[in-house]
Ligand binder design. Structure first.
Ligand SMILES: Cc1cc2nc3c(=O)[nH]c(=O)nc-3n(C[C@H](O)[C@H](O)[C@H](O)COP(=O)(O)OP(=O)(O)OC[C@H]3O[C@@H](n4cnc5c(N)ncnc54)[C@H](O)[C@@H]3O)c2cc1C
Length: 250
């Protein structure tokens, strides 16, 4: 098989009901929850940027779905970790802010995985809090010694995370510091100062849709990175509920 072959897998999906066994606060507005359930015995998540559907009850009583990342799955303990970035409003954020140990949550998927091989000379991952679960998981899964550069926008130093990396991880953080909601400006400014390693790299971007689009344009058109070794997604869209744009085609 040639180098850098991305493999697409389909998985059987079914709905599972999980129970929270622990809750941890990460920084100023993230909550990490560990869930368990006997149904997790055949749970499969093959890629760090997989997503599962979480089912919530909206204010009008309807059931709605939102996408979240399986941050860590432990098949022996049958536990699944999900990190929730809390923001102003929305069924997912409201549920996550109020959740307590023993509460249940229905999930579906992952339906498929796009597995990026760990054979690149380096990896660059850029995003915001919603991307941190995929970024952290990927950094922790990468092979020993591979340069892994991450660039993440958060509110402040308390929101930085540490990853148990075997890779040669270089974490760059930029802060809104209550001064800015211009994630594009902050991330692009930092990206311009980054020296990328030599060789063939893979770039992954996930953030608010307009931010992800601006970053993708910079990586493709200014840095000149090959399109096939770049994946960019809008994980949410400012001012619009339930509005991910996973291919940025819109
Ligand atoms: C593949 C994928 C994986 C994802 N993984 C994760 C994950 O692991 N953890 C995680 O926290 N999120 C993750 N997200 C993002 C998450 O699905 C969205 O943020 C989602 O909109 C949250 O739903 P909600 O019910 O809280 O808000 P919604 O009802 O969707 O939106 C309500 C309002 O809040 C705004 N909003 C939504 N998200 C944010 C935000 N992060 N910051 C500020 N305003 C926001 C919207 O623009 C809207 O105005 C992922 C998204 C995708 C596509």
């Amino acid at each position: 098989m040639s180098r850098h072959q991305i493999t697409r897998l389909r998985h059987d999906t079914r709905r599972r009901t999980l129970t929270i066994v622990s809750i941890e606060t990460l920084g100023s507005h993230m909550r990490r929850m560990v869930f368990t359930a006997p149904e997790l015995k055949d749970f499969v998540s093959a890629s760090a940027d997989d997503h599962i559907k979480l089912f919530f009850r909206a204010a009008d009583g309807e059931t709605v779905m939102r996408d979240f990342t399986p941050r860590r799955f432990d098949p022996t303990a049958q536990t699944l970790t999900i990190d929730f970035a809390l923001h102003d409003a929305g069924p997912a954020t409201q549920w996550a802010a109020a959740a307590q140990i023993g509460d249940t949550l229905d999930i579906g998927g992952p339906r498929g995985s796009a597995v990026v091989p760990d054979d690149f000379d380096w990896v660059l991952m850029i995003g915001d809090e919603t991307a941190l679960p995929a970024i952290g998981r990927r950094v922790e899964e990468l092979r020993a010694g591979v340069p892994a550069i991450t660039l993440v926008v958060v509110d402040g130093p308390a929101d930085e995370q540490r990853f148990a990396a075997r890779a040669d991880w270089q974490g760059h953080w930029v802060y809104r510091a209550g001064q800015s909601d211009d994630d594009s400006g902050l991330l692009l400014g930092a990206l311009r100062t980054l020296a990328l390693p030599a060789g063939e790299g893979f770039v992954w971007i996930a953030a608010e849709t307009a931010v992800a689009r601006a970053l993708r344009a910079h990586v493709q058109d200014v840095i000149g990175h090959p399109r096939e070794w770049l994946k960019a997604a809008g994980y949410w869209t400012r001012g619009v509920a339930d509005a991910a744009d996973k291919t940025l085609d819109g």
